[in-house]
Design a binder for this molecule. Structure first.
Ligand code: FES
Length: 331
């Protein structure tokens, strides 16, 4: 008897756990996407290279320009190249809105639609030609948004709270129109509050939280002390940092780096995988945003693929307080 009761109780608990698992099945995905999009937004807003313009290979403009020739929607990128600051901020704040909406579960389907559209845009412009396709992140993100787009964010969320309250309103006989109006109004107030907090924190980050401004030489440079030609003041290349010059032969951007005190080198910014512009050195590495290759900031060697060839290197000589780019040493 006791055994039968015990096994019935155990079976009941298993069923409860299974039901709980099904109910919250999308929560890990929701948290991951929400945190990732918020992080990506602040990463852009705090990056001085992101809005630096044509002279910086890591800028939104340069990346969009690079995509113009190869993307299947390259013909549609004209407005973004015309107003790169506006569109760059639109992408960053769009990611922030999507991330916050997803994390808080506020208008979850709308947030998921925004996330899917952003991921689709990045897939079509940045990682469309990734081979094999599974190395490209953006297609995976696009598909990851699909379950949230279908199911919304009904649990542990503002949407869930509003839905439960609407059910209570209906139960106490409130007219359907009034129930909907109340839910829409309160959802709108929550969206304005959350959007305002996002806008404020994003604007503060963009205004005061940005990394040191990039130093660039040549056309389109925004350096406060611009230097024509392939040379920059040594003071503007700190240990671990970089300045950008142009290879006069190819026109490609080259990073002059100082991986250790007094040791200088030039590294091509052109990724050896598929030709995207790698980001400037950070924490001893150069990262390619297209498919995630990383290169050693001292030697250009590949740390992680899919790239297999190191970045081409250049000689750099110090003349007084100037660093001059020499000839390419490896290709
Ligand atoms: S272009 Fe593919 S990793 Fe850089």
């Amino acid at each position: 008897m006791a055994t039968g009761t015990g096994s019935a109780a155990g079976g009941g608990r298993t069923t409860e756990w299974k039901a709980l698992g099904s109910r919250y099945a999308l929560l890990p995905l929701r948290l991951f996407l929400g945190v990732t999009f918020v992080y990506a937004a602040f990463d852009k807003l705090s990056d001085a290279h992101y809005l630096a313009g044509a002279g910086d290979p890591a800028s939104f403009y340069a990346q969009t320009k690079a995509a113009e020739g190869s993307s299947p929607v390259g013909w549609a990128l004209g407005p973004a190249l015309h107003a790169p600051t506006f569109f760059g901020l639109l992408v960053a704040f769009g990611e922030l809105a999507v991330g916050l909406g997803t994390l808080f579960g506020l208008w979850g389907r709308v947030a998921a639609l925004g996330g899917a559209l952003l991921s689709a845009s990045l897939w079509l412009t940045v990682s469309f030609h990734t081979t094999p396709y599974y190395l490209g992140n953006d297609l995976a993100y696009l598909l990851a948004w699909t379950p949230l787009l279908l199911a919304g964010t009904p649990y542990l969320s503002v949407d869930g709270y509003l839905a439960a309250r609407a059910a209570r309103d209906r139960a106490r006989g409130l007219a359907e129109d009034a129930v909907r109006r109340r839910a829409l109004l309160d959802g709108g107030i929550a969206a304005v509050a959350l959007g305002g907090a996002g806008l404020l924190s994003g604007s503060l980050t963009a205004s005061f939280g940005r990394d040191e401004a990039p130093v660039a030489a040549g056309a389109g440079a925004t350096s406060p002390v611009p230097q024509p030609g392939p040379a920059v003041p040594a003071a503007q290349v700190p240990v671990g940092g970089s300045a950008t010059v142009k290879d006069p032969a190819s026109g490609d951007a080259v990073y002059i780096v100082q991986p250790a005190a007094g040791k200088y080198a030039g590294l091509s910014s052109v990724c050896t995988h598929s030709g995207c512009a790698v980001n400037p050195p950070k924490d001893g590495k150069l990262y390619c945003p297209c498919h995630g290759s990383t290169f050693d900031a001292a030697t250009g060697a590949v740390i992680t693929g899919p790239a297999v060839k190191p970045l081409p290197t250049y000689a750099v000589t110090r003349n007084g307080d100037q660093l001059e780019l020499g000839p390419q040493q490896s290709s």
